[in-house]
Design a protein around this ligand. Structure first.
Ligand code: ATP
Ligand code: MG
Length: 164
């Protein structure tokens, strides 16, 4: 029974479709800011091996962060690309104040928030990225945050194509 927890989810998930769904959901729940989500999809991206509900959660949390911390009036860009070999690369980019380098390694800690005061007024618990990291690890994927202070943040999630 324990081993079940560590098994790679076996379903196949179309990330193009998932991105459209999450975009729709956030567009309706967040009003005007949602119109600034730019989807750069790629029909050549193969389905990935994974759990649809969990991967939807990853997109929700990452696009949600980009919308929440991004500057009003600037776009959030979601890009899907087929990577080398069987990699599928998903990137979520925002234009914002960015994150100072000393914070980056700690962002996936539960309840860690960069600016307690500002973060409190924006709402949230500090769990979003901890959940993302957990889910990506369960998929044996990679997760990376790159940020430039004064410019913005880019989160990259690399997953594996399902075997065909
Ligand atoms: P929750 O996701 O639980 O609602 P949260 O957004 O504060 O709350 P995380 O998603 O785990 O929690 O993010 C942790 C912290 O990392 C945030 O409080 C914020 O300070 C910083 N952060 C996350 N994403 C970005 C981003 N795109 N730009 C700037 N800062 C970010
Ligand atoms: Mg969050």
């Amino acid at each position: 029974i324990e081993a079940e927890k560590f098994r790679l989810p076996s379903a196949t998930v179309d990330l193009n479709l998932l991105a459209v769904e999450v975009h729709e959901a956030l567009r309706h729940s967040r009003g005007t800011r949602g119109e600034d989500i730019v989807l750069q999809l790629d029909e050549n991206v193969p389905p990935v091996a994974g759990d649809r509900v969990q991967l939807s959660q990853v997109l929700h949390n990452l696009i949600g962060n980009a919308m929440k911390y991004g500057r009003t009036g600037t776009p959030v860009t979601v890009t899907l690309q087929a990577g080398p070999r069987d990699a599928v690369v998903m990137q979520i980019e925002d234009e914002s104040e960015g994150i100072a380098p000393e914070h980056i390694p700690r962002l996936t800690e539960r309840f860690y928030r960069v600016d307690a005061g500002r973060s409190r007024s924006l709402g949230g618990t500090g769990l979003g990225l901890a959940i993302v990291k957990h889910i990506v690890e369960r998929h044996r994927g990679r997760f990376d945050i790159a940020s430039t202070v004064g410019k913005g943040t880019r989160v990259t999630v690399t997953l594996r194509a399902a075997e065909r």
